[in-house]
Design a protein around this ligand. Sequence first.
Ligand code: SF4
Length: 277
Amino acid sequence: MQIDELAAETGRPPALLVNLSGGKDSARMLGLVRQKFPGLQTYAVMADTGFEHVKPVSAVEWSRKIAGHFGLPLTVVRNPNKTYLEMVRRRGMFPSAQFRQCTSDLKRGPIQKFLRTLPEKVVINCMGMRAEESPQRARQVPWKLDMEMSRNGRTVYNWLPIFEETTEQVLRWHWQNDVPLHPVYVPEYHQDGTRGGYLRRFSCRVCIFATDHDLRMIHQHDREAFDQVSALEQEMGFTMKSGRSLVQIINAPTVSPQSAPQLSLFGKPQEDFDRNS
Ligand code: SF4
């Protein structure tokens, strides 16, 4: 394992920086690193985009609860200059898969800023991406030196501790270890009777990667967030999804059974991933 080798090589134990989102994958990741490296200095951090889930419990509070479950305080970081919706309004357009300014400005940037304040000279930045989530994520390297952040006497590695795990394994870990899932998840993800959830992915309240099915669910269950994004589309004359407004998407005839969203427990990989952006 690279971390043991690293500690032996440098003679100094590294610190772990664990990125929490409030979703299942990052909670699973924290459980894994605490189990494997209970003696290492570990920081739990969450980047609040300003458009996080707020009900029935906020993503920030849920992340705090998860960090607390593993005996850690949570540090919440934010971009001091803008929230997600403010960013979209100022740019006059939504982020896209190619230009994910939301990730860089509202998540990665604030977390990097926090990382630079840590006293440790070797830091391992842990993120909960999994290869199963998408072909693009499968191409990521689970352990890598972060050249951009490794300067001024500090060395930073990026590590994806649960890169090889499946959705099924992640959910089973939650169930077997009594680590609850945020209530926004669909009922079939819970084994403690939690009802009322409507999403298979944990993300911003309306994410640029939301499927048509997700958007219909958000329209039903989080109308405030849906209306905020829909109003921005009107105001800017620019849609979040290519060529179709949110209203057009939810009013379109629903898809045939063959192409309907996966309803089995573990679903299609690309519909299951959490925001670990
Ligand atoms: S969850 Fe979606 S909208 Fe929010 S920061 Fe990540 S990619 Fe952007």
